[in-house]
Design a protein around this ligand. Sequence first.
Ligand code: F6P
Length: 364
Amino acid sequence: MSKRLKICINTGGGDAPGLNAVIEAVTMAAHHRSWEVYGIKSGYSGLLNTNEIVRLTPKVVDGIAIQGGTILGSTNKGNPFRMPVCNVAGECEERDLSDKVIENFNRLGFDALVSVGGDGSMDIAHRFAQKGIPVIGVPKAIDNDLGGTELTFGFDTATGIATEAIDRLHSTAKSHDRIMVVEVMGRDAGFIALNSGISGNADVILIPEIPFDINKVCAHLMDNELNGRKYGIVVVAEGATPVGGDVVTKGDGELGRQHVVLGGIAEYVAAEIAARTGKDTRSLVLGHLQRGGSPTTFDRLLALRFGAAAVRAIEAGKFGHMVALKSTEIALVPMEKALSADKRVDPKGDTVLTARDMDISFGD
Ligand code: F6P
């Protein structure tokens, strides 16, 4: 009879619809093998403070796959290799607490960890794998920016929410002959903007991978006006930049580029369009609405498949790997391969070419 394993799971980085589906699938697949499963709260915090570990059973996870968020909580400031530790005077410094995590992992008798997260979480998981922790990664990201997998769960839901918002903007923009500039998430990747912009019949899509010239954006909108389309929809990714310019941020962020809060590019673009064209122009930011609510069927199923595959990977001893979508199948890729190159929109790829054929401008 094979050994009854004791495994744990954590969720790290920004939440994404589908995290609970992974937790449900991991719990159920482990239960079918008579293994024990525990949930680590708030990324790795639960392994630094061992009170923050919960037993996961079929009863606990029953039906959670349809819920957004994560029942385990998440954080994008919980890197145990660079944990901010503050004294009473509020002075903070970063410390490496990874050995403490490993000590608690071993003391609690865990046989494996399933780490669910984006590029930051996979980097941490990979470093733990190198230090001897048996880890399997599960890729999550509404931004779809993680390498090694064709898709991450959360992306389909976020894109669907963005598309619905763009659909709704058409009638109000048309009624007032206005230009509406809508900002979507994605950090340094333009997938949400590109896919929702094409699907939502936008006139202009601005993405980080194709720096834009505001004069070309305005020229396109004015061409449309001459051709009778007196309103316009501009979809701008939060990480888009003008040629030679930088991203628009809210403050400097605490721990470097990864933590910088992006936001404000739609307002900038709208002001430039209004000044150059004289058109009545408004901007809006979809923000965290894109991460909220129930995952789509696609994301739910992908997350469930990833979760079950992670348990099979543990059974097969494939530690240091990440589950991934390859074509229509779930595969395993070495974590370092997933981390070796960030995934970005291919400016020469067929989706961008489709947009161009549909007379959508990228401002280039
Ligand atoms: O990476 C997911 C994401 O939603 C990005 O698209 C966005 O820039 C960032 O997280 C927002 O982070 P926070 O939830 O910390 O504001």
